[in-house]
Design a protein around this ligand. Structure first.
Ligand code: ADP
Ligand code: ADP
Length: 225
């Protein structure tokens, strides 16, 4: 586990300011949700923490270490996207094992982790299938499983439920919450769904045109005066 701190992060694309002077700190183990309309900068914030974008100015700290110069693969951060991004030619088990192999985990330990992760996401019966033989909800569970198998310090989720139908979205949201309660991984989650934000968040960050408009707990952010 680790805290995540953004200090005066600004990202410009030519003349577009995607995010401007973003400051916040997510304490160890908390679940924070970034909300706001399309184009307000949510993905840019996540991608900057992951190391998939470089800030124009400002600092990113993970576990109190400045990571500006540290490449994505060395940041101990796992990111899950809306479109799953599983490896289509690999089985579910191989997808789950992928990040472990890259890190040199031996095959016995890898098998143990795969079993544990598959069990916690109820996908044990799918281990030999290929992604195209899975439903959207099953694919997203595998994507979540692949991310947590690496035991990252930080978990970043970019609208992970938005491709699922309503029932599956509710179920997966509940599972995600349980998973977080069990593992306690520091999590930053992007959505434009108020129900997701309300039910998952310890704190909500509202972005508007690249700036932070408000940070607060769900009750204070969504209560009406
Ligand atoms: P979202 O569904 O999060 O709103 P977008 O459609 O805004 O996603 O962006 C999808 C991808 O396209 C992201 O990787 C983003 O960085 C990139 N992108 C967004 N806007 C532009 C742009 N104006 N020019 C180039 N790439 C962009
Ligand atoms: P959100 O995730 O909230 O939809 P993004 O972070 O994707 O917002 O985008 C924030 C702003 O930055 C938007 O105006 C978008 O068009 C712009 N943007 C994002 N990525 C790029 C890019 N690669 N090139 C140019 N503009 C981009």
């Amino acid at each position: 586990m680790a805290n995540v701190r953004l200090e005066n992060i600004t990202r410009r694309y030519h003349t577009t300011i995607a995010i401007e002077e973003i400051n916040f700190e997510v304490p160890d183990g908390e679940f924070w949700v970034l909300v706001g309309p399309s184009g307000c900068g949510k993905s840019t914030v996540l991608r900057t923490i992951a190391g998939l974008e470089t800030a124009t100015s400002g600092n990113v700290y993970i576990d109190n270490t400045l990571v500006n110069e540290i490449p994505a693969r060395k940041r101990d951060v796992a990111m899950v996207f809306q479109n799953y991004a599983l490896y289509p030619h690999l089985s579910v088990a191989e997808n789950l094992a992928f990040g472990l192999k890259m890190r040199g985990v031996d095959s016995k330990k890898t098998q143990e982790i795969i079993q544990k992760v598959a069990q916690s996401l109820s996908i044990e019966h799918l281990l030999n299938r290929k992604p195209k033989q899975l439903s959207g909800g099953q694919q997203q569970r595998v994507a979540l499983g692949r991310a947590i198998a690496r035991e990252p310090k930080v978990f970043l989720l970019d609208e992970p439920l938005s491709n699922l139908d309503a029932q599956l979205r509710d179920d997966t949201r509940a599972e995600l919450k349980q998973l977080h309660q069990r593992l306690g991984i520091t999590t930053i989650y992007v959505t434009h769904d108020q129900v997701e934000a309300m039910t998952l968040a310890d704190k909500i960050v509202i972005l508007h045109q690249g700036k932070i408009q408000q940070i607060g707990d769900p009750q204070s952010v969504y209560s009406r005066p």
